[in-house]
Design a protein around this ligand. Structure first.
Ligand code: ACO
Ligand code: ZN
Length: 446
């Protein structure tokens, strides 16, 4: 599949702490593996008299300024200044800047020091109307409604002004790191924690009930009292050391809200939904003798008019790229099969969400096409897989496997071409063993 920018690192507690700079060896390797740095990257020229004069004129940089910035790969990339803050020093120009790398996803936005910026490249003529692709908010009507309900109460639809307000409100990450179980994790995005947490850069989560605290000692005290050793709710799947719990947001409101606060730190274009009553949360855990440790989850509306079978999906960063995302996606379709419905994920999909879904759809559909000797229709594929027909069509179209003949779509399934696409779709991930799923659809749960 395509390559994509690498999220910030994670540290296992007790091990050396990695930071988000270019000196981290492990991180550098990951970046080289996955990030498409096809965009121009410049080596910095040595500072001369002209640039010194220039510096004097441009500092402190205005919000909105575009400039080249040294990233953790040691190279210079274009950024836009999103925010600035004064440092405690006597120099009036001593600021640090919160920047957005215009070629990368917002999760890589960060505070940088002045010395990382190449002031010779400052663009003074800033066109604020030009919006970066990576920051633009694309939302479905449904998601707009959700924002409406949380931030702009009383309005039917989210207008452009509210959308700008939302962007303004969420532009700078508030919490930099969290501690969760064995891991210290750098966050990716803003999450609207209650105001009393606004002054904390780090939060400490109980890995079982997901309560969060500002200080380590508070967490330690909490851990002595907290008697949960797994998510609340029903264990509906167990295979080896993997368990899936179904948590009803109505019965476990605080847990549902805590999970949303936590998840929002890694989800950009999703809005916190305070009314968790309407959702079920499927929490995937790795279990050992200390308890069941959450590795990821997905949420699902109890009733979806749009046939959504998944609202938000997250694999916590320390557990990513191990096949859990594909497992969660496969699980959501197994639930749809049990309900006798087709399903689709709520839009928009993030870049990583899109890659994971496209990989899953490709593998599932092409596996069937390979085995199926006679012609098969999109409707039949949809019935077999619970994947919505639109998603089947778009997947097969993107692979150039659809022809339009005599007013009808026909699937062309040359075995060699299928093999090539299957290879490109990556590994299958962890299998869901359906015989281990013990579950009754919500509407039948009484
Ligand atoms: N770089 C390149 N490809 C990637 C990357 C990456 N950093 N991450 C995932 N992929 C692609 C790969 O094709 C990968 O398959 P492969 O490893 O066989 O090549 C495939 O996606 C899925 O890999 P998994 O290991 O099964 O997925 P993972 O456990 O990493 O979870 C997920 C994927 C849930 C999208 C994760 O990246 C995540 O939590 N991201 C942050 C939250 C998010 O964006 N969620 C989706 C929002 S959309 C929605 O909620 C409806
Ligand atoms: Zn707890």
């Amino acid at each position: 599949m395509g390559s994509i920018d690498t999220p910030p690192p994670t540290t296992e507690n007790g091990l050396t702490t990695t930071t988000c700079n270019g000196n981290n060896k492990q991180q550098q390797t990951q970046i080289g593996d996955e990030l498409d740095i096809s965009a121009p990257a410049f080596e910095k020229t040595t500072e001369n008299e002209a640039s010194k004069k220039r510096k004097a004129g441009v500092l402190p940089l205005e919000v909105g300024t575009r400039v080249m910035c040294r990233w953790r790969d040691g190279k210079y990339h274009p950024v836009k200044v999103i925010e600035r803050r004064k440092l405690h020093s006597s120099d009036p120009d001593d600021y640090e800047y919160y920047v957005h790398y215009t070629e990368f996803n917002r999760r890589l936005d960060e505070w940088v020091k002045l010395e990382q910026l190449d002031l010779d490249s400052v663009e003074t003529d800033v066109d604020e109307k030009v919006e970066d692709k990576a920051t633009s908010l694309k939302m479905t009507r449904h998601q707009k409604r959700k924002i409406d309900e949380t931030h702009v109460e009383g309005h039917e639809e989210l207008d452009a002004a509210s959308l700008r307000e939302h962007e303004e409100f969420t532009k700078v990450k508030n919490i930099a790191t969290i501690e969760l179980g064995r891991y210290e994790i750098e966050t990716w995005y803003f999450s609207p924690f209650p105001p009393e947490y606004n002054d904390s850069l780090k939060l400490y989560f109980c890995e079982f009930c997901l309560n969060f605290m500002k200080r380590k000692e508070q967490l330690q005290r909490h851990m002595r009292k907290c008697d949960l050793k797994h998510p609340p709710g029903d264990e509906i799947y167990r295979s080896g050391t993997l368990s899936m719990f179904e948590v009803d947001g109505k019965k476990n409101k605080v847990y549902g809200q805590n999970l949303c606060y936590l998840a929002k730190l890694f989800l950009d274009h999703k809005t916190l939904y305070y009314d968790v009553d309407l959702f079920l949360f499927y929490v995937l855990c790795e279990c050992d003798d200390r308890g069941c440790h959450m590795v990821g989850y997905f949420s699902k509306e109890k009733h979806s008019e749009e046939s959504y079978n998944l609202a938000c999906i997250l694999t916590l960063p320390p557990y990513q790229r191990k096949g859990y995302g594909k497992f969660l996606i496969a699980f959501s379709y197994e639930l749809s099969k049990k309900e006798g419905k087709v399903g689709t994920p709520e839009r928009p999909l993030s870049d990583l969400g899109m890659l994971s879904y496209r990989g899953y759809w490709t593998r599932v559909l092409l596996d069937i096409l390979k085995k199926h000797k006679s012609n098969i229709s999109i409707k039949e594929l949809s019935d077999m897989t619970a994947i919505k027909a639109d998603d089947i069509l778009s997947t097969l179209q993107s692979l150039d496997l659809i022809q339009y003949r005599k007013g009808q779509h026909a699937i062309c399934a040359d075995p060699k071409v299928l093999d090539r696409h299957l290879k490109a779709a990556g590994r299958g991930g962890l299998e869901v063993d359906v015989s281990k799923l013990i579950w009754t659809p919500y509407k039948e749960q009484g």
